[in-house]
Design a protein around this ligand. Structure first.
Ligand code: FES
Ligand code: FE
Length: 401
């Protein structure tokens, strides 16, 4: 599909229905999604504690673009395109590490932690090193969470910060440590992974373990005394009772089921040393960015779920678990137990998302109607995607005039 045919497909999309087939299956649409969504929007990239000291770095891919986050000598976190200014090699291999200088393995050009080119082998004396520093990307930090945007025209970050910072600050994420990662290559388009993450109509049957603790937000009984007490606690503490939302983010507290302390296999805390003593009555805190993630903070741990498209029919799903830095493995928590609920849930979702991909790739597929209430967040996601995609194409056309 070229840009014009993508635009026509977006225009013809039937409201309140799933997307046309090509938007879930076409490789050109995959490239288009990287340009229009993943290279233009805020991406949740890390917890600050993953970069504890000067020289610590995290190297990762955003679509086909290698980037690196670095803790500078001054303690700041900066982000750069992980592409050498000499002949363009990827400099740091994906993963985490620590260095004093960022050195390209190809011809050993070297960069300071602040991205300046400090060594350029083979160049003349009068070579202007200062014009060839690493190209910088935008980085924002919110109470221990780190976001990046590759484009300078990403949406204004301030409304998200204003909504999220007072809520997440209670969880003391700067006192945390990441204790587990799960990475899954899912055989499905990233939009199906996100639609699946935007509804819980599949939870009762699909996630019996999660349903021990999770209240389905769409069927929440606001007259139930447990929920009434939950919302009055939020009000008493000056916390909004509804989600704070912008077009590209959403955050808010949601009650757990009565008698449940945390989202675990048995509903009790899985980590004895809590992140905060102050959040026991606050259910769970959810924050999600429209393009690629949903995350959950509980008194004893934080769980994050991010998707990154690999091609039209494959998506990398990366989950992380964060606990208090002083919690001792084997004493305060059992990592096997801690990872069990969300790994089980993720694996169940892999099955659901992959059968979804197989079906939408069928010659018999036609877009189907979303359930008005239970899938309203799916619809908002696909509406947002279509709006952003159209906007991108319209701006591209305008810029050519
Ligand atoms: Fe990096 Fe040559 S490409 S030093
Ligand atoms: Fe699910």
């Amino acid at each position: 599909m070229n840009s014009e045919s993508i635009y026509q497909t977006l225009l013809k999309r039937k409201p309140h229905y799933t997307l046309p087939q090509e938007l879930y299956t076409d490789e050109e649409v995959h490239n288009f999604d990287l340009q229009s969504i993943f290279y233009r929007h805020w991406i949740f990239a890390a917890f600050e504690v993953e970069l504890p000291n000067s020289g610590n770095y995290l190297s990762m891919m955003i679509g086909n673009t290698p980037i690196v986050l670095v803790r500078t000598r001054g303690g700041d976190i900066r982000g750069f395109f992980n592409t050498c200014r000499h002949r363009g090699a990827q400099i740091l291999a994906e993963g985490e590490g620590r260095c004093q200088r960022i050195v390209c393995p190809y011809h050993q050009w070297s960069y300071s932690l602040e991205g300046e080119l400090v060594g350029a082998t083979g160049m003349d004396q009068d070579f202007e090193k200062k014009s060839f520093g690493l190209r910088e990307i935008q980085v924002e930090r919110v109470a221990g969470t780190v976001y990046v945007a590759l484009s300078s025209d990403a949406p204004d970050f301030t409304p998200f910060r204003d909504a999220f910072e007072p809520l997440i600050s209670r969880y003391n994420l700067l006192d945390g440590k990441v204790v587990h990662h799960q990475k899954i290559v899912e055989n499905a388009n990233w939009k199906l992974a996100m639609e699946n993450a935007r509804e819980c109509a599949h939870c009762d049957v699909g996630h019996p373990e999660l349903c021990l603790s999770l209240v389905n937000g769409f069927t929440l009984d606001h007259d139930d005394p447990h929920n009434v007490a939950f919302y009055s606690e939020l009000t008493k503490r000056g916390i909004p009772t509804s989600h704070q939302e912008g077009s590209w983010y959403s955050t808010g507290h949601v009650p757990l089921r009565p008698g449940i302390k945390s989202m675990t296999m048995d509903g009790n805390y899985d980590v004895r040393k809590l992140l905060s003593d102050d959040v026991a009555d606050l259910g769970y805190l959810r924050w999600s960015l429209q393009s690629h993630c949903y995350n959950i903070a509980l008194p004893d741990y934080v769980f994050t779920f991010s998707v990154m498209p690999l091609n039209a029919k494959q998506t990398l799903v990366h989950s992380k678990w964060l606990v208090h830095k002083d919690a001792v493995a084997g004493e305060d928590y059992d990592i096997e137990k801690l990872r069990q609920l969300w790994e089980t849930t993720n694996n169940q979702d892999v099955f659901l998302t992959e059968i979804n991909q197989k079906g939408v790739g069928s010659t018999g597929y036609e877009p189907g109607p979303y359930m008005p209430e239970a899938e309203s967040w799916c619809e908002r996601f696909t509406d947002w995607y279509c709006d952003e995609a159209k906007k991108f194409l319209e701006e591209k056309t305008m810029s050519k005039l």
